[in-house]
Design a protein around this ligand. Sequence first.
Ligand code: PMP
Length: 394
Amino acid sequence: MLYLDNNATTPIDPEVLEAMLPYLKEEYGNPSSRHYTLATNAEKAVEHARELVASLIHAEPKEIIFTAGASESNNFVLKGVTDYAKYYGSGKNHVITSKVEHKSILQTCKFLDGEAFDSRTLNKVTSKFLKTVPKLPKVDRGFEVSYLGVNPNSQVEPELFATVIKENSLIASFMWANNETGAINDIPALVKIAKEHDILMHSDATQAAGKLDIDVKEVPLDFMSFSAHKLYGPKGIGACYIHQDILPYKITSLIHGGQQEFGYRAGTLSVHNIVGFGKACEIAKRDMEKNIASLKALEKEAKSILASKYEGIQFLADSCKHIPGVICAIVPGIINEILIKKLSEKVAISSGSACGIGEPSYVIKEMNNRLSTNNFLRISFNKYIDDLEDLSLI
Ligand code: PMP
């Protein structure tokens, strides 16, 4: 199987699995328990992992909160900051984002601006199992959201961001790199504008962390989300970076209960996953240059194979800065869902984000509404691929 859907998830690195196994076997202590060795070993392992995760993005360990993944981190930041502002803040209630963010940002924003939101109505797969989906009236949660359009490369134009900022703007959230196109936003420029207007800034860096050298000391954003399973780590674990100037205020806790994760997220820590995440970040940092070079080479070779097979193929977000190893193509003459099913045993590719399951790509439509989403293919590589022979099956 030639697995080319690495923006959806990556295979686990054997070194990561190796590091995790003791914490699923003999080292099963709860890191929040006190004094005995099993507990302190677990606590040390978690704190070491926190250092490794922080180091990947040049943060301080205390600025890292472990979550169950980037969807959770995104929810935490937007709901936590707006909730805090509502009750203790300056009365600011305006949120700014873009139309091509991941669903975990877009749906959280819809929740905030009062849409009677029930994700079951959005998911054809889950709604099959539901007899009735309740129709709820719109509610007033007291927030207003601006959704910015993007340029034909799926990037947010900083000038446009500046024009929508108002007196009551509280936080902006723009992804570092797009999950469907790989295009990189000019986050330094966007952060600069946010800071000039005293707005909090969050970035969903799920597709960028581990693939680009992100330095939160150089780009002083307030919050950032990322996830282990996009960088050869386990699923179900991610992080929220919170700039130390924000700590310990300006954001409401995500899960109330025990004092884990500095009180922001209660619940017994998933030690094996945290250890795996730490190891994955350590490896990503160690091998970043090498991985970037091999992903770029794969991308180049694959584009030339596809271009020789499909006359008129269009590579989107290709001329702009994009994360290495992602091809976003409009392929004339195909129907993506049919092709993906036909290839399913041999090649794994995708027609967009896994979280937009069943829906055509809204990202492509926002880039250029004349493009046909049926012709859209996303191909994303990983560091283990060294043979593209089966690509000719596409
Ligand atoms: N943001 C982006 C840009 C993503 O690509 C993804 C994963 N598809 C997420 C958020 C959600 O990450 P997780 O699976 O860790 O919840």
